[in-house]
Design a protein around this ligand. Structure first.
Ligand code: GLA
Length: 401
């Protein structure tokens, strides 16, 4: 059986209750932002290509209240063990904010440093149902939730939502040290219930693709294998793409075609560089084709493209791992599976599999048998992007304890 995703209202109530308990009064604002799963279009965003993610029903919630001081007082609760972690910092000079310890607070400091309007000091409680370090964008969810909180606290709402995503992407660059593309923050801001989103990372134009009721679902499998060296390897891949584009005299690999691979060969470019470029060029083509297939409910085609995407990420981009490969091959053994691939940056994290509804249990059983680790499974249904939530909740359960 797939893991039951915590109900969004339960996460909200837990944040509000924890706030009241820890700060001795009720929160006045509550916001949330979702994690994401990328269906196809991997390592294409920083090459101005296409991506096709959807927002998840797993969310990061922040309950907060202005505290009439120049300080942010933050509390987070790690869901697994229920431990509370607390930190505080001064926001009277936001230009002076620097990343530091604890690391989780950097994802809050970053958006604060990148927010342009006047801000009050505030107390906040953060609770998340997005698994951390699983490649489902828990960091983007926290950055976007923070930014949404700052908008609510200041009353200063960003007019262009892509500017909000870009500010959160800068926060990740500057405060988490990851030179990521725009995809994760963008989908966390822009996600729409019941839809995947085709995003052109060159001009940030979008197309919503309805995930209509049908016989298939996307199953996310978390390898629960830790990411290894992911930031340095991510940066290395990005730099190889930029170097390949430069050799071709192009602004980015978005402008490259398959024929350009021959140009690189003729230039005696490094074999590794050619492989990296081949992944990006073919993945951009696959993502556009996959979006069309999804719109046409051509799941067989979509599944093929997912398989090709994984094989390209494994062989040419070399960002898979033995755990991810083992999950993908166990998935592909099942009849009702149309396609399976790693999702996100790679080097650990999750796979996403397109499977007939009736075959989900058999798929989970096979993965559990063949995979040496302890995986977790989620059926992914597209949820909405960042938003404010209500602050009312029934205090009756509180009184019982
Ligand atoms: C990470 C980054 C994204 C994107 C993916 C790979 O999730 O944050 O910007 O590059 O990896 O597709």
């Amino acid at each position: 059986m797939a893991t039951v995703i915590p109900d969004k209202n339960d996460v909200r109530v837990k944040a509000l209750q924890t706030f009241a308990k820890e700060f001795g009064e009720d929160a006045t604002v509550c916001v949330c932002a979702p994690g994401r799963v990328n269906l196809i279009g991997e390592h294409t965003d920083y090459n101005e290509g296409f991506v096709l993610p959807m927002a998840l029903p797993m969310i990061t919630v922040i309950a907060a209240r202005p505290n009439q001081s120049p300080k942010c007082v933050l509390i987070t609760m790690s869901d697994a063990i229920g431990t509370i972690s607390r930190t505080e910092f001064d926001i009277s000079n936001r230009d002076a904010l620097k990343p530091g310890e604890p690391k989780w607070a950097n994802y809050i400091k970053g958006p604060i440093a990148n927010f342009t309007c006047t801000l009050p000091g505030f107390d906040a409680v953060i609770i998340s149902s997005v698994p951390v370090g699983a490649g489902l964008s828990s960091s983007a969810a926290l950055e976007v939730a923070t930014y949404t909180l700052l908008e609510a606290l200041s009353g200063c709402r960003t007019v262009k939502l892509s500017d909000k995503a870009a500010a959160c992407q800068r926060a990740e660059h500057e405060f988490a040290g990851v030179p990521c593309g725009i995809m994760d923050q963008f989908i966390s801001v822009m996600g729409q219930e019941g839809h995947a989103l085709l995003l052109d990372c060159r001009d940030l134009s979008t197309k919503l693709i309805p995930m209509v009721q049908n016989d298939y679902v996307f199953l996310i499998t978390n390898s629960n294998a830790p990411h290894k060296l992911s930031t340095s390897q991510y940066t290395e891949r990005r730099d190889a793409c930029y170097a390949a584009a430069k050799k071709l005299n192009l602004k980015s690999l978005r402008d490259a075609t398959i024929k350009d691979l021959d140009v690189l060969k003729a230039q005696k470019a490094d074999e590794v560089l050619i492989k990296r470029a081949r992944h990006v060029i073919t993945e951009i083509i696959r993502t556009q084709a996959a979006a069309q297939a999804l719109e046409a409910s051509d799941f067989v085609k979509f599944g093929h493209l997912m398989n090709e995407s994984h094989d390209s990420l494994q062989k040419d981009y070399e960002v898979s791992s033995k755990e991810l490969d083992s999950l993908v091959s166990a998935a592909r053994e099942i009849d009702g599976v149309l396609g399976s691939r790693l999702t996100g940056a790679g080097f650990g994290g999750c796979t996403v599999t397109l499977v007939r509804k009736g075959s989900v249990d058999e798929l989970i059983k096979n993965i559990k048998q063949k995979y040496s680790g302890t995986p977790t499974f989620y059926v992914a249904t597209p949820g909405p992007g960042a938003r404010e939530m209500g602050i009312n909740y029934c205090k009756c359960t509180d009184e019982l304890h």
